[in-house]
Design a protein around this ligand. Structure first.
Ligand SMILES: [Zn+2]
Ligand SMILES: [Zn+2]
Length: 282
């Protein structure tokens, strides 16, 4: 019979597949989390802007600040706010450390990227143990040898959290003094500027890993400093590296550490009026 010659094919599965939640911004992985060379939060923010081909001020204005303010765009009544964000160094430098703004920035970036480990790029876990007074730099510091090495080896260019501490004067990798002035234009560089790019001067736009521009030499003074510096770097570096253990303990791992992230994040927000005022001068 003709009916017997019909072929039976497998039926289609018409169920809608489970599609994982999509992040608004790229799921960019922070660098060296769990090591003393761990990236800083500001560095992550700058790299995140870079991978989206925008400047940090655009990313902050259009994607991050709405989480602070609770509406979608600041282009109207809040015009000019982004420029003022980058003028107060004393507030900006705290973003790599701790405080309400740091918590809010971490929270915003974690919502946008769907990452959950960005507290490890700050010192939020340790704010009750150490004070930021005299600890944080007002401007950028960098090791040109690190920049040069990463560039030559096609590694991502970033800013380790350790470089943001004022007492840290030498690079733990190269034992070379951290630089705080652009060798091209002699400007000091802010922690973050509207047009910041990791590894480049925001004033003249030149590459900061060009070793020909630095007077790199073996200096006895540096060698005597290294012994003092190594102890300091060991202490700060171990806190930075230990951030991951705290993070794991908060997320169900067996590490016996009791740091309540919710408590750390629950510093009372400023009342609307003063919050508005502080954000303008942030
Ligand atoms: Zn270095
Ligand atoms: Zn410059």
């Amino acid at each position: 019979m003709q009916f017997d010659k019909l072929t039976l094919y497998r039926s289609y599965d018409l169920h809608t597949p489970d599609i994982p939640e999509r992040s608004v911004l790229y799921f960019l992985e922070p660098i060296n989390v769990g090591a003393i060379e761990c990236e800083s939060l500001i560095s992550y923010l700058i790299r995140l802007a870079e991978v989206h081909c925008v400047t940090p001020d655009k990313l902050i204005k259009h994607k991050i600040y709405p989480f602070f303010w609770g509406h979608d765009d600041l282009s109207g009544s809040c015009k000019g706010i982004v420029g003022r964000t980058f003028t107060n160094r004393s507030h900006i430098k705290l973003l790599n450390f701790s405080g309400w703004y740091t918590s809010k920035l971490v929270e915003s970036l974690e919502i946008l990227t769907l990452r959950s480990d960005l507290t490890c790029l700050t010192m939020m876990h340790w704010h009750e143990l150490i004070t930021y007074v005299y600890l944080l730099r007002d401007c950028k510091a960098w090791c040109p040898l690190c920049y040069s090495y990463w560039h030559q080896n096609k590694l991502p260019i970033y800013e380790p959290l350790l470089w943001s501490f004022e007492p840290v004067a030498v690079c733990p990798q190269h034992h070379y003094p951290l630089i705080t002035q652009c060798p091209h234009c002699n400007h000091k560089l802010p922690i973050i500027a509207p047009n910041s790019r990791t590894g480049y001067c925001n004033h003249c736009g030149e590459w900061l890993g060009n070793l020909d521009k630095y007077h790199i030499k073996s200096d006895e003074l540096y060698h005597s400093e290294i012994a003092l510096q190594s102890e300091l770097i060991k202490i700060l570096g171990s806190l930075i590296a230990f951030n991951t253990k705290v993070f794991e303990s908060e997320n169900g791992s067996n590490h016996p550490i009791s740091v309540d992230r919710k408590v750390l994040r629950s510093q009372p927000p400023l009342p609307p009026s003063s919050f508005h005022e502080k954000l303008y001068t942030l």
